[in-house]
Design a protein around this ligand. Structure first.
Ligand SMILES: [Zn+2]
Length: 434
């Protein structure tokens, strides 16, 4: 398999450390000159960018978070004047309040290069026809992929939010070999292929790149089986590059983080204490090449681990495990802490359910009530009541057995919960409202 940029993707540890240190210093310099927020922090903490001599000095700088960015809305965290910004995009993330992210021409070039690495890592090349089924609207994912796909020389179809039937017609007639979509949407397309009575063998699809929402190994197997493809995971963050922070190689055993552009750390989300390789915690990222919107020690809210050791693909960049969930998605009810990914694992094992669900937590007459909305397959949905009742009991029973959690199950029709831009919101907690 090919590696897009051997010089950086296979860099030696010593060279990487030197490169990171130089790039970190220049980033800290830039923000201390141009961003009031950082000027104040550096002054308060006595941090002088020129005196940062080791990467571990980074730990002296306080964390930033989504809250920091909301307070700076729209342009207070920008490190360049607006006239140097060539693109503006937004992210609504899991909260409803938007943030604005800007990119200079250099930022867009870096981003394009990183996405080319992502695609090459999944074995994609200039012979491929890539169908991008992400919303091209304000979110960065679709355009980010688009530029990278053009850079590797593939033919790109900006299918965007065309309806599922149209997507399949395009996929068949244009002979798409690669599908890029949210994993849930990939399943929906698989269902549509069946509905349209098309034999997956008559399609040309061979690779799927899925992201924008957390997904599991079970779902990977399901997508690979139903679409007859190899399915890859990628990771990005709308606040930095999305995609373009990390991605899987053919070993499919963790995602290589592009450490020549980002310095990763794992921390205990409760205390902020740095954690070691192999320990599960929140991913914190520092961007070291971004010009318009650099972020220092940014708390991503994503739960993962860093994987030490060589990868069979030859890349030396550190790997992160598939994201398990989000710190703000983890919920505690009646003393039980649950990640939505655990619910997904259970649902993919139950026949007749789609791994599309939403958890709603309410307080009713001083009692906490957890409702689980689950999409089910069309056959079951149109079937008799008895089957639906049986399925509801099965889901309730499995969740209780495995997570020790009492839920009310509501079955909803296929497609009812699917999101296209940044994925489905898995948890809605109404306990502290009103
Ligand atoms: Zn690898």
């Amino acid at each position: 398999m090919t590696i897009w940029n051997k010089k950086f993707e296979c860099i030696s540890p010593g060279e990487l450390e030197q490169l990171q240190l130089e790039r970190l210093q220049s980033t800290l310099n830039r923000v201390s000159r141009n961003v009031v927020f950082y000027q104040k922090i550096f002054e308060r903490e006595g941090i002088i960018p020129e005196r940062i001599r080791e990467l571990s000095d980074l730990r002296r700088i306080p964390f930033t978070s989504r809250r920091t960015l909301r307070a700076a809305y729209p342009y207070d965290m920008f490190a360049v004047p607006l006239r140097e910004v060539v693109r503006l995009q937004t992210s609504s993330g899991t909260t409803q309040e938007p943030i604005v992210v800007g990119y200079t021409r250099n930022d867009v070039e870096h981003w394009t290069e990183l996405v080319a690495r992502v695609l090459t890592g999944a074995g994609i090349n200039r012979d491929d026809v890539i169908q991008i089924s992400f919303d091209y609207g304000l979110f960065p994912g679709a355009l980010g992929m688009h530029y990278g796909a053009e850079a590797v020389g593939a033919s790109v179809i900006p299918a965007s939010t065309a309806g599922s039937r149209r997507q399949i017609t395009v996929m068949r007639d244009f002979r798409s070999t690669v599908l890029i979509a949210a994993p849930g949407y990939g399943l929906r397309l698989a269902r549509m292929i069946r509905e349209m009575k098309i034999n997956p063998q008559d399609l040309f699809l061979r690779v799927g790149l899925f992201g924008a929402e957390t997904w599991s190994e079970n779902l990977r197997r399901e997508l690979e089986e139903r679409l007859r493809i190899k399915a890859y995971d990628f990771y990005g963050l709308s606040e930095l590059f999305n995609p373009g922070v990390a991605s899987e190689c053919e070993a499919q055993n963790g995602l290589h983080i592009f450490e020549d552009h980002f310095i990763p750390e794992i921390i205990d989300p409760g205390t902020g204490r740095p954690l070691d390789f192999g320990e599960e915690g929140e991913l914190v990222l520092t961007s070291i090449t971004k010009e318009a919107f650099p972020l220092i020690r940014y708390r991503t809210g994503d739960i993962t681990t860093l994987i030490k050791g060589k990868c069979s693909c030859g890349r030396t960049l550190v790997r992160m495990a598939r994201v398990k969930g989000r710190t703000d998605d983890m919920f505690s009810v009646l003393g039980v802490s649950v990640f939505p990914s655990q619910v997904e694992e259970i649902l993919t094992r139950i026949e007749g359910t789609e791994p599309h669900f939403q958890i709603r937590i309410d307080r009713e007459a001083d009692r906490e009530v957890v409702k689980l909305l689950v999409e089910i397959s069309p056959e079951i949905f149109s079937d008799e009541m008895k089957k639906m009742q049986k399925l509801k009991r099965e889901i309730k029973g499995e969740i209780y057995k495995l997570l020790d959690l009492e839920v009310e199950v509501k079955l909803v029709e296929p497609g009812a919960l699917i999101g296209r831009g940044e994925g489905v919101r898995r948890v809605i907690d109404n306990r502290n409202r009103g």
